[in-house]
Design a protein around this ligand. Sequence first.
Ligand SMILES: Cc1cc2nc3c(=O)[nH]c(=O)nc-3n(C[C@H](O)[C@H](O)[C@H](O)COP(=O)(O)OP(=O)(O)OC[C@H]3O[C@@H](n4cnc5c(N)ncnc54)[C@H](O)[C@@H]3O)c2cc1C
Ligand code: FES
Length: 257
Amino acid sequence: MIKHEMMQVVSQRPLTHNVYELTLQGELVRFMNEPGQFVHIRVNNDYLPLLRRPISIAEIDQTHEQFTMIYRAEGAGTSLLAEKQAGQSIDVLGPLGHGFPLDAIESDQTALLVGGGIGVPPLYELSKRLREKGVQVIHVLGFQSKADVFYEREFLALGETYIATVDGSYGTKGFVTTVIDEQQFSYDIMFSCGPTPMLKALENNYTNKPLYISLEERMGCGIGACFACVCKQREDSTAYKKICSDGPVFQAGEVLL
Ligand SMILES: Cc1cc2nc3c(=O)[nH]c(=O)nc-3n(C[C@H](O)[C@H](O)[C@H](O)COP(=O)(O)OP(=O)(O)OC[C@H]3O[C@@H](n4cnc5c(N)ncnc54)[C@H](O)[C@@H]3O)c2cc1C
Ligand code: FES
């Protein structure tokens, strides 16, 4: 069920120079049950910016009716979001979309979770839920440089964690694919979220195991009404899927990247 609520800011803190962790509280959290779902946020009470901003759910705490998101302050909307402080309220619509399918893996199997940059956040709740189910998790997280790395400790607490940086200032020099090729992991399923070139590389290079990808494309309404987020289906290029309501998580090959 989708709910609309003015949620209370519990905390906001910078994780890197432009990435923030924001925790909100409210009844809406009761309806969050799939890792990989997102919320749609109205960042300002004024007229502008007009459109809501979609942000993934990074962690759910049902006991305290709180959830956490991690976002990069880069444009007008997310920069306004970064100014919010504890005690203020934020207009939230959610939870939206379909997340990662937990039933696609058995409890004694191994999942490889691959995140790129600001695509890393939804993998955290996913990893926690997989661990609760008894699944082994391996994380491969890619960033531009050491200064951009966040949540390494949190992921390490859940399972093996490898970091790749493009400039080589931390972890393995290169992309997430460099780590996967070097380590030759044994796994049963891969889950991923990150920039489209990274998702394309995973889809093209690792075809022998199931792969689920989460797409972070431009959105309007977030609820399937405006067609702003459509993408072509691979098997029938005249048919479309809506990322907001059919996704954001798709099985590799379902949609054209
Ligand atoms: C399902 C989903 C989950 C996401 N999860 C996260 C997350 O966890 N953390 C995070 O930092 N970012 C996430 N994003 C991307 C985030 O929504 C954009 O970075 C953000 O909307 C940019 O807003 P802005 O005001 O900073 O940028 P501006 O450039 O000011 O935005 C201008 C316009 O473009 C739209 N827009 C620009 N980039 C995007 C984009 N990538 N996706 C959708 N709309 C866009 C905005 O909605 C706005 O209408 C997610 C996107 C989607 C679709
Ligand atoms: S954002 Fe409006 S249909 Fe998907």
